[in-house]
Ligand binder design. Structure first.
Ligand code: ARG
Length: 465
């Protein structure tokens, strides 16, 4: 074998012939699991400290192991580490290098553990690290949403159901709907972190170990809040990864809905917003084009995260206890989920506060489509009509408006009284867009007052989160 530190496969004694070269490459995971090198080293250092505490290693051996592992980390980070397919995965690559660096002491590191509990520990550490990077990014996105909502608290736009103009809403209110969704995503991720943050090390291959290990000590060193309570479950459970991916799929679903609106709103047909040029690209053939690539891509990338969730669920489906090699397939979906979520969040957190709202356009659009029809119906209820009857009256007025090209607010008092003699001059207050949004003045309503109150609550929430 060519590499200086890959003299021999670490588990070769039982075999009478060497592994087929194709099988070696087919079963290896080093190409992708090297991403967890930091967690693997961190876990090994904690394991070695625990072995020293219980008297299995001495202080000199511990020092050698720690120094060796730190040197390996330096080599990896400098791009000087010689990765080897023969050593199959990140765990064996590091252990083989450790032994070539410090000799026999390196071979003692694996006492009382197995790659099965080692890899389960590495993945948990890895996801925990990623969660701790994703949470602040979610917060940055939320801060951008709050900023935009505050800026546009009074801006009127059409609210839609069935993508048909329904009632006027404030832009700030619309933005805070997105804030609420992301708030739930944050809560889901925080909750998922609790179960991720559980130490499986000590489960060994599947049944535990004969050595007098101190799992509490290892857990404390690694910052785990608890310890898995069954070794068979400890080595084989991957539902924490499924949960994380389910969080990611839900977040991406939200971002894809948001993306869809940004794409629509920035079109020439809507012109509700202007996305800054730095988030868009041009066309190679149509000189006028400014394409909303970032939201489009985020919308598109949602699909791969759904796919990863389905991969992981299917990976675990029907697996008997305990560890099976199938589990090696958990990493690529997980890693790509992390990359996709982090990229999408970064793009969104940068882009949202930079959105420019075209207030005149949103206002004009809200005026089209009889968005204050419900206000007129409510007004007539106030004048003593039953709601179904007032609904009928307003329906006739709208039909007239469609025929004559007039909004309700543009009809004369005479015309309106033709539909119902209870209508008086004060009707025009409720037919304005401003009056319509201001009247929905309760917790959860669209009134500018309520947007400002919600912004204040949201600011407090993210300060405390
Ligand atoms: N590379 C393996 C994985 O990702 C590590 C555990 C292998 N254990 C074993 N007994 N083959 O799951």
């Amino acid at each position: 074998m060519s590499n200086e530190h890959n003299q021999e496969k670490l588990s070769s004694a039982r075999f009478s012939e060497s592994t087929d070269a194709f099988v070696e490459a087919f079963t290896a995971s080093i190409q992708f699991d090297k991403r967890m090198y930091r967690q693997d080293i961190q876990g090994s250092i904690a394991h070695a400290k625990m072995l020293t505490k219980v008297g299995i290693l001495n202080e000199t051996e511990l020092r050698e192991i720690i120094n060796g592992l730190q040197q390996i980390q330096t080599e990896i980070e400098a791009g000087e580490f010689n990765w080897s397919i023969q050593q199959e995965d990140i765990h064996m690559n590091i252990e083989a290098r450790l032994t070539s660096l410090i000799g026999i002491t390196g071979k003692k590191l694996h006492t009382g553990r197995s790659r099965n509990d080692q890899v389960a520990t590495d993945i948990r550490l890895y996801i925990r690290d990623e969660i701790d990077l994703i949470l602040p990014e979610l917060k940055r996105l939320q801060a951008g949403m709050i900023q935009l909502a505050e800026r546009e608290a009074d801006t009127i736009m059409p609210g839609f159901t069935h993508l048909q103009t329904a009632q006027p809403v404030t832009f700030g209110h619309h933005m805070l709907a997105w804030f609420e969704m992301i708030k739930r995503d944050v809560e889901r991720l925080q909750d998922c972190r609790k179960r991720v943050n559980t130490l499986p090390l000590g489960s060994a291959a599947l049944a535990g170990t004969t050595y007098p290990i101190d799992r509490e000590f290892t857990a404390t060193l690694l910052g785990f809040e608890r310890i898995t309570e069954n070794s068979l479950d400890g080595v084989s459970d991957r539902d924490f990864a499924i949960e994380f991916t389910a969080f990611a799929a839900t977040l991406m679903m939200h971002l894809s809905r948001f993306s869809e609106e940004l794409v629509l709103w920035s079109s020439a047909q809507f012109q509700f917003i202007d996305l800054p040029d730095r988030f868009c690209t041009g066309s190679s053939i149509m000189p006028q084009k400014k394409n909303p690539d970032v939201p489009e891509l985020v919308r598109g990338k949602t699909g791969r995260v759904y796919g990863h969730l389905m991969s992981l669920l299917t990976l675990m489906k029907s697996q008997p206890l305990a560890y099976n090699k199938d589990n090696q397939e958990d990493k690529e979906p997980l890693f790509d989920t992390v990359d996709t979520v982090r990229g999408s969040l970064r793009a969104f957190a940068d882009m949202i506060p930079a959105i420019l709202v075209q207030k005149e356009m949103t206002y004009e659009a809200a005026k089209r489509g009889f968005s204050t029809a419900t206000d007129l119906a409510d007004y007539l209820v106030g004048k003593g009509l039953a709601f179904r009857d007032s609904h009928e009256v307003v329906g006739l007025a709208v039909a007239h408006g469609i025929k004559t090209g007039q909004d309700l607010s543009e009809m004369s008092l005479d015309t309106l009284q033709g539909f119902c003699d209870k209508i008086t001059e004060d009707v025009f207050e409720v037919l304005t867009l401003e009056g319509s949004v201001a009247a929905r003045d309760h917790l959860g309503g669209t009134a500018p007052n309520q947007v400002r109150a919600a912004v204040a609550r949201a600011k407090l929430y993210i300060e405390q989160a």
